[in-house]
Design a protein around this ligand. Structure first.
Ligand SMILES: O=C1NC(=O)NC(C(=O)O)N1
Length: 310
């Protein structure tokens, strides 16, 4: 095991880093670039039953503090990503398949096909896209989330994970964790998706900056780091039988260290990857390794969940 070795579902990872679903992972060229990068693994763009164009552009905008997006689940359809999963070299690094069906039936159809293909790909079920007009985030509807997990765990007999929206109330951490703990098959929880329905305004133009939904979109980057860390730690504390993948606000090695302290086993990078490209993974691994070494750690397992309270 090396300094940066990580583990999830009993699978070894060279390092804890991967992309956030949706960033740099929509087509074969992007996925191959991630596979060839210093990332320890990669995840595909959340797929739907049929290919989608997504929302009208402009639908992504970066600011000095992060980004806002309302992509609207543009993707090539699940068969495209399943085909990619069938040809991926798993000896090189693990691959995650992100699934975001627009209905329970669509999720069941896609998961049945994924299961039948019997690849080593790990499913991350996206319960938190904030950008499909008319489709509320399942993660904020506890009854719908329960029904989805009851049906999915009946139909899909492998360990999988869920991508959750950020929660902001202790009672919601408690309720969401209680639901997840009813499903041992939910082996990991990815916290967080973007903070939905924010609004960024351009003062010069006196205008919003993205076209869909009157400018309302999910934010990422520096804006979301404290919320991401809180959600990672809240579910780490409440779901001792599950692992946590952290996502949100990572631009430097020390942010990865924060996610690890909060309880993350792996850490996803979104906005910063969009802006810097896959070369970011070599930089982040170097910065994390330098920080761990300076602090006298021999591996990330010694850091995970060790956040001190006062
Ligand atoms: O789950 C998602 N989160 C986001 O922030 N954006 C994408 C999207 O809009 O496709 N999906």
């Amino acid at each position: 095991m090396s300094l940066l070795s990580a583990s999830l579902l009993g699978i070894d990872f060279a390092n804890p880093l991967l992309n956030a679903s949706g960033v740099y992972c929509r087509d074969v060229a992007e996925l191959d670039a991630l596979a060839a990068s210093a990332a320890g693994s990669l995840v595909t763009k959340s797929c739907t039953l049929l290919a989608r164009e997504g929302n009208p552009e402009p639908r992504y905008y970066a600011t000095p503090l992060g980004s806002i997006n309302s992509m609207g689940l543009p993707n090539a359809g699940y068969q495209y990503y399943l085909a990619y999963a069938q040809q991926h070299d798993y000896a090189a690094k693990p691959l995650f398949l992100s699934v975001a069906g627009l209905s329970l039936a669509d999720n069941l159809t896609m998961l049945a096909a994924i299961r039948a293909a019997d690849t080593p790909a790990i499913v991350e079920l996206n319960l938190s896209c904030p950008n499909v007009p008319g489709k509320p985030q399942i993660g904020y509807d506890f009854a719908a989330m329960t029904a989805m997990l009851e049906a999915v765990t009946q139909a899909y007999d492998r360990p999988f994970g869920v991508k959750l929206p950020p929660y902001f109330d202790i009672a919601h951490f408690d309720e969401a964790a209680a639901i997840l703990n009813r499903f041992p098959q939910v082996a990991f929880v990815t916290c967080i998706n973007s903070i939905g329905n924010a609004l960024i305004i351009d003062v010069e133009a006196e205008s919003v900056v993205i076209k869909p939904k009157d400018g309302f979109g999910g934010i990422g980057g520096d804006y979301v780091l404290p919320t991401a860390l809180a959600n990672v730690n809240a579910f780490y504390r409440r779901c001792p039988a599950k692992q946590i993948i952290g996502c949100g606000g990572v631009t430097r090695g020390e942010h990865i260290f924060m996610h690890l302290l909060a309880g993350a086993s792996l850490v996803q990078v979104g906005t910063a990857l969009y802006e810097e490209g896959p070369g970011i993974f070599a930089r982040l691994n170097d910065e994390l390794a330098e920080l761990l070494t300076r602090k006298g750690y021999r591996g990330i397992e010694e850091v995970r969940g060790k956040l001190r309270t006062l």
